[in-house]
Design a protein. Sequence first.
Length: 170
Amino acid sequence: MSRKPSFNEITTSPKDELILDTRRTIQEFTRVGLVACAKSKRNEPLPAKELYSSELFKKTMRYTRTNYDRWYILSAKHGVVEPDSVLEPYDETLYSKSPKERRIWADKTLRQLLSLLPKPNQCLVFFHAGAKYREFLSGKLTEAGYHCEVPLEGLGIGEQLAWYDAHKKE
């Protein structure tokens, strides 16, 4: 029976390979990036990947598109959104919601994710999203058996922008 790796067993190498133990490497897992939506949006219905117009969203999207097997957008209004799903512009953020409303959002979003993600022992989840988008969702995914990471945890917006610039693939 395969055991779930602990956080201490997971390290990122310069080649962006995850070593879980001497027998398993990142290639055996589906890597999924979760990107937070953005307040800045264009003024017309568009695919979600084109709707959000902030510089941070654009750089995060570029990184997740090229570094993960799959990626989804975490929308304050819609929960999990496929990048090509067409959305109307909206004005909603988790930062203006109460903890109870954020828990309800996390429950809904978890149900959506569980229908999209591979089994926990086949998947690694990487959050490229702020604290309000992770606060309840990350723990719920972990409880469901998924391994979650927050690669840019603790970095301010300017530091995140610089990190994405430094890690963009030509």
